[in-house]
Design a protein around this ligand. Structure first.
Ligand code: ZN
Length: 465
């Protein structure tokens, strides 16, 4: 079950409390935060932000974004680009370096800026439009503080090890038609302040065409790659003489946080996880390939990413001797289990986690299946891991029972099986078909029957091998 997203004013009304909770918990911007109004809604840690070190123009000089405090003077304008100093009315952000997922690195002139995916830039042109960072392409043009169009040389998505921060130069209520006092000079280009960005998350704001932003492909998605190429996932080429105003460095491999300097961008492609050929999978290759065409959540969907990470954290407590991977940048619809150099691995691929048929319960069943390849016992295949039907049965009968306490087991298993039936495109029926899959993947209807049998402890059906 998924909570409905924030539908308007509620997240804004409780924004200071959400901000405080996010800061206290050390959650990066975009982390989903459940809150309750009459519907129960999902807000997100409010940080449509700039990476620490991003230089923003104050009344006397440029200063790093995180050094502005309430009352400091900052240069602000509306779409008329008539700049004047104004006191900062809001200043907040994360407390220090953490991995900001879905960071967009935009290259222009001889520099670059790192922002969260929902940061809003002013575009050049008559329309005076604002565009989300995760929808930018090299065909868009940004705006310099004196109104010149600025070509975009590259748009990259990845993770960024840094704190993120934002300020507002003017209060949210009301935001004028010309965005007066809400546009800032961020590293030589014009972007919106926090007040505009937080408002644009839930309601219309001058200059922000929600429809055009929503319908544009997200940087890193298959649709975006088809239109604009794979460069968005790859290591950005910083030119000789790169003006590192923001001290951005680029990692070529996905090292541990402790081994990376603050201010390091890790391009999405560097985070891809290599799976050995003999790994066990959740789906056979032909089914996995066909599932690529079914509807997916957005590449920058924080909720599905966080639910998978949350599940991994939870399962690690019960199964600590496994190295877990969430391969978010992969569009493959699958999950894997393998042993390499004596180390057990489980890997959830981004395309599976983003599949619209699966919510937290369905992804939890997939994770249980992969753990049961390691701990499900005989019959085993050539790699020494449990056969597919056995992983299905023991995943739901043992792993899910161990991980989810008493009634929470049913709260997870029942919807998980319903989601799996939708995912496989078969009826949610406990009746097993005939035949036997041996050690290979049983057909969808057999897998659903196996999950039901695991809940009721009626024994693995013959079709599951
Ligand atoms: Zn499997």
């Amino acid at each position: 079950m998924a909570l409905p997203p924030c539908d308007g004013g509620h997240c804004n009304t409780v924004d200071p409390e959400i901000q405080a909770a996010c800061t206290a918990a050390g959650w990066p911007g975009g982390t989903p935060v459940p809150t309750r109004d009459i519907n129960g809604v999902l807000c997100t840690c409010p940080c449509s932000c700039l990476a620490f070190g991003t230089m923003v123009e104050g009344s006397n000089a440029f200063k790093a974004i995180e050094t502005f405090v309430v009352g400091d003077e900052i240069m602000a304008t509306g779409v008329d680009l008539d700049w004047s100093p104004r006191p900062v009315v809001f200043s907040a952000g994360t407390t220090g370096a953490s991995r900001q997922k879905n960071t967009v690195l935009v290259r222009y002139q001889n520099t670059a800026i790192a922002v969260t995916h929902d940061h809003l830039f002013l575009l050049a042109g008559e329309d005076k439009e604002l565009k989300r960072a995760d929808r930018l392409t090299t065909q868009d043009r940004l705006v310099s503080p004196d109104g010149q169009a600025v070509e975009i040389k590259g748009v990259h998505i990845g993770e960024y090890l840094a704190g993120f921060h934002h300020v507002a130069a003017t209060n949210t209520d009301p935001i004028g038609e010309g965005l007066e006092g809400h546009l800032l000079n961020t590293n030589g280009i014009v972007s919106a302040d926090y007040a505009v960005q937080v408002t644009a998350l839930s309601q219309s704001v001058a200059g922000f065409r929600a429809d055009r932003n929503e319908s544009a492909p997200v940087v890193g998605s298959d649709e975006y790659i088809a239109a604009h190429g794979r460069e968005c996932l790859q290591t950005p080429e910083l030119p000789a003489g790169f003006d590192g105003q923001s001290a951005i460095s680029i990692a070529s491999v996905n090292a541990a946080d402790a081994d990376l300097a603050s201010g390091t961008f890790i391009p999405a492609e560097a985070t891809l996880v290599r799976v050995p050929d003999d790994a066990c999978s959740f789906l056979p290759p032909d089914v996995a390939e066909a599932k690529k065409a079914s509807p997916k959540r957005s590449f920058s969907d924080a909720t599905s990413r966080e639910l998978a990470e949350n599940l991994i954290t939870h399962h690690r407590a019960f199964y600590p001797d496994v190295t877990y991977h969430l391969d978010w940048a992969s569009t493959e619809v699958n999950a894997y289990a393998w042993v390499e150099n004596g180390v057990r691995h489980v890997d959830l691929k981004g395309g599976l986690v983003r599949d619209m048929d699966l919510e937290i319960e369905g992804v939890s069943l997939v994770l249980a299946h992969e753990l049961a390849h390691h701990y499900g016992g005989p019959p085993v295949g050539g790699s020494g891991l449990s056969c597919e039907g056995q992983a299905d049965y023991r995943g739901v009968s043992v792993v899910m029972r161990k991980v989810w306490f008493q009634e929470h087991y049913f709260l997870m298993a029942d919807p998980a099986i319903a989601q799996m039936a939708a995912f496989f495109g078969v009826p949610n029926s406990p009746t097993a078909p005939g035949g036997s899959a041996g050690c290979a993947h049983p057909a969808g209807a057999c897998r659903i029957a196996t999950y039901h049998a695991a809940v009721t402890f009626t024994g693995k059906p013959a079709c599951a091998g």
